[in-house]
Design a protein around this ligand. Structure first.
Ligand code: ATP
Length: 920
C-alpha cells in the first residue's frame, strides 16, 4: 500500500504537518493507517532516514578518558616531579616516574572504559519501545527503529517517540514542558487543522518527541524522526543514565579534601625531619620523597574506583533483570530498609483470567453453558460491557488460530473471557461502534465508553428480551464499591429495578466473599440512552447507570515471591504491599505471600486519608498491606516512611505514580507493564516486573557497598603503613627508609590491581542475613577507622623493625642501594598482599570463603609478587629502584614476617565472629 521511497524527500522541514488534514498527512507519508508500513518499506526508510535518536556524544572515547587521567592533579604533580628530575640530571628517576604514571593511566583507562561501555549499554536499554502498526499487525518496536510513516499508538503514560500528526485521539492530553515550558498538559485533537504560523504550543493536531501523554489515548503518523524532530533541533538529551554523584562519592570527595590537608602537614613534617637528619645536601631526594608521600596520603583514585565499582555493579544488576537508571540507586539499594511494592504484576503474575460471572443473583463459573447465558440477561450484558468498555485488541484477526488479546491484563482477560462465552469484541463493536470514552484512571477506578447502536432493529444485547434497541449505550466497568454509587438501577431476574439497600448489601457481600479468596472483582454497568449524550465528561457519563453484574478475575501470586519476602525479612527489610485493589483481595494475597499473618486485614487508602500525621506515621510503622490506595496517598506513605527514618524503595507503573517514584529513595518502575512516564521518573527498572528482582538487586547493592568499603580499607591501610614507616624512621635514627620511586610503585602499581579485584569479590555468606547499612553512617563506621590505624601500624612495625635490624647489622652499601631498605620495601609490599587476602571477607576466614573464590584477586596477588621479584632480581629494574638482590634466607624472612599481618587480621575477624555469636 505504500508508495515507495520516492515520494518522501529528505529535509522536509518545509512540510507543515499541522496544516494538513489527517488524509493529507497520510498520503504525504504514503501509508495506509489500517496496515501501516510493510517491513521492507520500514527498513528501506530506516536506511534512508537513519535511526530515530538524538545525536549524542555517546560514551567517552578512550582518548578523552586518557586525557582526564593525565590531567588529574596528582598526575600533573608527578609529571612536574619527573621534569624536575630530568632538569637535575636524574634521568633514570625521571623516566621511572613517567613509566609508573603511564602504567597507572593505562590500568585506569582500561577500567574506566569498561565502565563507560557498561553505562552505554544501560543507556541503550533505557530506550522505550512503542506500539506500532506494521504490515497490518500491532507490534512493539524500539523507539530507535521508528521511521516517517509509522503509525504509533499512544496511551496515558506513553512518551511520544517522534514528531507526528495525530490520526486518532480520545481525550488526549499531552505534557509538553520539555518543548514549550508549559507544565500543564495540552489537550490534543486529530480533528484540528491550523494555519502555518501557529506556534508549536498551539498545534493541537501534532505531538512532539520528548513529550508525554498524561491522559487519554491516540494514534499518530510519524512525520519526523531523530535530529529532524523539534527536540532534535534544540538537541537536548532525553534518554541518559544519570551520573549525579552518590552520597558515598560526595563523602569520599570530602574525605579526600581533609586528607589532602593532613597530607600537606605530614609531608611538611617529613621534609623537616629529613632536613634535620640528612642536612641540606639531600634536598633533591627530599623533594621527591615529599611529592611521593603526598601521592601516598591522598586517595586521589578512590572516587574513580568507586564510580567504576558502581558502574560495573550496575552491569551485574542487569544480569539479574534490574536496569539501573541512576548510579545513585546502586549504592542506595544497599541501605534500603523498606520495599513498597504494587501487587498486580509485581507480587502476582499479571496473568489474569475470568473465573466467574455473578449476575441476577447467581454465580456462574467459567466456562459458562450457552443456556445459562440465554436464561440470565445479566451474564450476557456483563460480558458484553466487559468486551466493549475495553481497550484490549486481538493480536490478529485471523479466526483460525487461537488468538490472544493484547493490552492491559485486566482487559485482555475480560476480552478473552467474553469471547469464550461467544461475545467477540470486534463483532460487538461492529454493531455498536465506540463514539466516546472516559479512560480508566486509578482515582475513579473505572472506565466508561459510549456506543452508537448502528444496526437498528437488532437487540443490543443478545438475549435481552423485549427491549427495543436504544440509539446509544454507555458502558462502564470498574471497582464494585465505587460503581454502585453511580448506579440508580439494577438488573435482576425480574428485570430492571430501582436499586435498594438490600441489593447493595447483597452485591457487596458477594464482592467481599470473592475478594477474600484473592480474586480481583469488577462490576459492570450500562445506561441505554435515547440520544447522544450532551456531555462526554466522566462525571456525566458515569451516572444513573444500571448495575448488570460482576466478574471475578484470578491472578496467581508469583511462586518465587514467597521466598523473596522471607529473604527480605531476614535481611532486616520490611516488605509492604500498596495496591489499588480491594482490601480483602490485597489481604488474602498478602497472607499467601507471607507478608503478614493469615487473617490480618489491610488498611485502605480512605482510612489513611482520614489520619493525622502522627497516626499516619504510626500506621506506616505497623501496617504491611495497604489497599485501594490512590497515587497521592502513595506519596503520603513514602513521606511518612521517610519521616520515620526509613530508606524506601517504591514501585510504580502509572503516570500518576511519578511523584511517589521521585520522592522514594529508590523509585522502581516496571519494565513490561510500566508507562514511559513512570520509567522516566524512576531510578531503576525491573525488566521482569518481579518483586524478587528488587530483592536480588538489594543483595547485589549490599555486596557492592561491602566491596567498596573493602578496597577503601585496603588502600587506606597501606597508606597509613607508609606514613608510619616514613615518620618513625628518623626517630630511630635511621635515614628515610622508602625511596620516592618505591612509594610511587606501591601506591600506583601494587595498590591498584588488588583493589580493583576486591571490587568483584563475591557476596558474603551473610549478606542477606544482617540488617541494612545505616545510611549516613560515616565511612569509618564499624571499625574501619580503627582497622586502618592498627593494621597500618602493625605493618609499619614489622617492616621498619626488620629494616632496623638489617640497618644495625649492615649499614649503607657502596652505590646507595641497601639491603635494609630493600627488606623494608619488600616486607611492606608483601604485607599488603597478606592484608588483601585477609580482608576479602569481612567476617568469614579466608579458608571458609575459599582461596580461589575471587580468581582475579588471586591472580592480582600473584602478579604483584612476581613484579616485586622482578624489581629485586632483574638487573635493569634493580638499578632504577635501588634494590639489592635478597638471598633465599632474606626472602623467607620477609615472607614469614609479612604473613603476620594476615594472621593478625584473621584473629581480629575470629574475635568479631565470637562476639557477634554471643550477641545473637
Ligand atoms: P497495583 O498494581 O498498585 O497493585 P492495581 O493495578 O491493582 O494496583 P489499579 O490498576 O489502580 O490498581 O486498579 C484499581 C482498581 O481499579 C481495581 O481493583 C479494579 O477494580 C479497577 N480497575 C483496574 N483496571 C481497570 C480497568 N482497566 N477498567 C476499569 N476498572 C479497572
Amino acid at each position: 500500500a505504500s508508495g515507495g521511497l520516492s515520494g518522501i524527500p529528505l529535509g522536509r522541514n518545509t512540510f507543515m504537518w499541522h496544516c494538513m488534514t489527517v488524509d493529507e498527512a497520510l498520503s504525504a507519508l504514503h501509508v495506509e493507517p489500517a496496515l501501516g508500513l510493510s517491513e521492507e518499506e520500514a527498513s528501506a526508510r530506516l536506511a534512508k532516514f537513519g535511526h530515530n535518536e538524538l545525536e549524542d556524544r555517546g560514551i567517552k572515547s578512550p582518548w578523552a578518558i586518557l586525557w582526564e587521567q593525565l590531567t588529574a592533579v596528582m598526575v600533573i604533580i608527578l609529571i612536574i616531579a619527573a621534569a624536575i628530575s630530568f632538569l637535575l640530571g636524574e634521568t633514570t628517576d625521571g623516566i621511572a616516574i613517567l613509566a609508573i604514571v603511564i602504567v597507572n593511566a593505562v590500568l585506569g583507562l582500561r577500567q574506566e572504559y569498561k565502565a563507560e561501555k557498561a553505562m552505554a549499554a544501560l543507556k541503550q536499554l533505557a530506550v522505550p519501545s512503542v506500539r506500532v502498526r506494521r504490515a497490518g499487525a500491532l507490534v512493539s518496536v524500539s523507539a530507535r527503529d521508528l521511521v516517517p510513516g509509522d503509525i504509533v499508538y499512544l496511551e496515558a503514560g506513553s512518551s511520544i517517540p517522534a514528531d507526528g500528526r495525530l490520526i486518532e485521539s480520545a481525550n488526549l492530553q499531552v505534557e509538553e514542558a520539555a518543548l514549550t515550558g508549559e507544565s500543564l498538559p495540552a489537550e490534543k485533537s486529530c480533528d484540528w487543522t491550523g494555519a502555518e504560523a501557529t506556534p508549536l504550543a498551539d498545534r493541537l493536531n501534532s505531538v512532539y518527541m520528548g513529550t508525554s501523554v498524561t491522559y487519554g489515548r491516540g494514534a499518530l503518523v510519524v512525520a519526523e524522526t531523530g535530529m529532524r524532530t523539534e527536540l532534535g533541533k534544540i538537541a537536548t538529551m532525553i534518554q541518559s543514565v544519570d551520573r549525579a554523584p552518590t552520597p558515598l562519592q560526595i563523602r569520599l570527595d570530602n574525605l579526600g579534601k581533609v586528607l589532602a590537608v593532613v597530607a600537606l602537614v605530614l609531608v611538611g613534617l617529613i621534609f623537616v625531619l629529613g632536613l634535620w637528619r640528612e642536612g641540606v645536601g639531600h634536598l633533591r631526594e627530599l623533594f621527591l620523597t615529599s611529592v611521593s608521600m603526598a601521592v601516598a596520603a591522598v586517595p586521589e583514585g578512590l572516587p574513580a574506583v568507586v564510580t567504576i565499582a558502581l558502574a560495573l555493579g550496575a552491569q551485574r544488576m542487569l544480569g539479574r533483570h534490574a536496569l539501573i537508571r541512576k548510579l545513585l540507586a546502586v549504592e542506595a539499594l544497599g541501605s534500603v530498609t523498606v520495599i513498597c511494592s504494587d501487587k498486580t504484576g509485581t507480587l502476582t503474575e499479571n496473568r489474569m483470567s475470568v473465573r466467574s460471572v455473578v449476575a441476577g443473583g447467581a454465580q456462574f463459573d467459567l466456562p459458562i453453558e450457552k443456556d445459562a447465558i440465554t436464561r440470565s440477561p445479566g451474564v450476557a450484558i456483563a460480558l458484553s460491557v466487559g468486551a466493549l468498555c475495553n481497550d484490549a485488541q486481538w493480536s490478529s484477526t485471523d479466526k483460525k488460530s487461537k488468538v490472544k488479546a493484547i493490552g492491559d491484563p485486566t482487559e485482555t482477560a475480560l476480552c478473552e473471557g467474553a469471547a469464550e462465552a461467544g461475545f467477540d469484541k470486534y463483532h460487538l463493536e461492529s454493531l455498536m461502534p465506540r463514539i466516546a470514552e472516559a479512560p480508566f484512571d486509578s482515582i475513579r477506578k473505572r472506565m466508561a465508553t459510549v456506543h452508537e447502536v448502528v444496526t437498528a432493529g437488532t437487540p443490543i444485547w443478545p438475549g435481552l428480551p423485549g427491549e427495543s434497541a436504544p440509539a446509544f449505550v454507555t458502558c462502564v466497568k470498574g471497582a464494585v464499591d465505587g460503581l454502585l454509587g453511580v448506579c440508580d438501577r439494577i438488573l435482576t431476574e425480574s428485570g430492571v429495578l430501582a436499586i435498594g439497600q438490600e441489593h447493595i448489601a447483597e452485591t457487596l457481600r458477594v464482592n467481599d466473599s470473592l475478594s477474600s479468596q484473592g480474586m480481583r472483582v469488577l462490576g459492570f454497568a450500562y445506561a441505554p440512552l435515547a440520544e447522544r449524550p450532551s456531555s462526554m465528561d466522566a462525571k456525566d457519563l458515569e451516572s444513573k447507570l444500571v448495575f448488570a453484574g460482576m466478574m471475578a478475575l484470578n491472578d496467581p501470586p508469583r511462586p518465587e515471591v514467597r521466598d523473596a519476602v522471607a529473604l527480605c525479612k531476614s535481611a532486616g527489610i520490611r516488605p509492604i504491599m500498596i495496591t489499588g485493589d480491594h482490601p480483602l483481595t490485597a489481604a488474602h494475597i498478602g497472607s499467601e505471600l507471607g507478608l503478614q499473618a493469615p487473617g490480618m486485614g489491610a488498611v485502605s487508602g480512605s482510612e489513611l486519608e482520614a489520619m493525622s500525621d502522627v497516626e499516619l506515621r504510626r500506621a506506616v510503622r505497623e501496617v504491611t498491606v495497604f489497599a485501594r490506595v490512590t497515587p497521592e496517598t502513595k506519596l503520603d506513605i513514602v513521606t511518612a516512611l521517610q519521616n520515620e527514618g526509613e530508606i524506601v524503595a517504591m514501585t510504580g507503573d502509572g503516570v500518576n505514580d511519578a511523584p511517589a517514584l521521585r520522592k522514594a529513595n529508590i523509585g522502581v518502575a516496571m519494565g513490561i507493564t510500566g508507562t514511559d512516564v513512570s520509567k522516566g521518573a524512576s531510578d531503576m527498572i525491573l525488566l521482569d516486573d518481579n518483586f524478587a528482582t528488587i530483592v536480588a538487586a538489594v543483595a547485589e547493592g549490599r555486596t557492592i557497598y561491602d566491596n567498596i568499603r573493602k578496597f577503601i580499607r585496603y588502600l587506606m591501610t597501606t597508606n597509613s603503613a607508609e606514613l608510619w614507616v616514613m615518620i618513625s624512621a628518623p626517630f630511630l635514627g635511621m635515614p628515610l627508609p622508602l625511596l620516592p620511586l618505591q612509594i610511587l610503585w606501591m601506591n600506583l602499581v601494587t595498590d591498584g590491581l588488588p583493589a580493583l579485584a576486591l571490587g568483584v569479590e563475591p557476596p558474603e555468606r551473610n549478606v542477606m542475613r544482617r540488617p541494612p547499612v545505616k545510611s549516613g553512617d560515616s565511612l569509618f563506621a564499624q571499625g574501619l577507622g580503627i582497622h586502618v590505624f592498627w593494621v597500618g601500624l602493625l605493618m609499619a612495625v614489622i617492616a621498619l623493625g626488620a629494616g632496623w635490624y638489617y640497618w644495625l647489622h649492615e649499614p649503607a652499601g657502596s652505590d646507595g642501594a641497601t639491603r635494609w631498605q630493600t627488606m623494608t620495601f619488600t616486607i611492606l609490599t608483601l604485607s599488603q598482599m597478606a592484608h588483601v587476602l585477609a580482608i576479602r571477607s569481612g567476617k568469614d576466614s579466608l579458608f571458609t570463603a575459599g582461596l580461589w573464590s575471587n580468581r582475579p584477586l588471586m591472580l592480582a596477588v600473584i602478579a604483584t609478587i612476581l613484579l616485586q621479584c622482578a624489581l629485586i632480581y632483574a638487573p635493569l629494574l634493580q638499578g632504577v629502584f635501588r634494590m639489592v638482590p635478597l638471598s633465599a634466607w632474606d626472602m623467607a624472612v620477609a615472607l614469614v614476617l609479612s604473613s603476620a599481618v594476615f594472621w593478625a587480621v584473621e584473629i581480629e575477624k575470629a574475635v568479631l565472629r565470637r562476639t557477634a555469636n554471643r550477641g545473637e
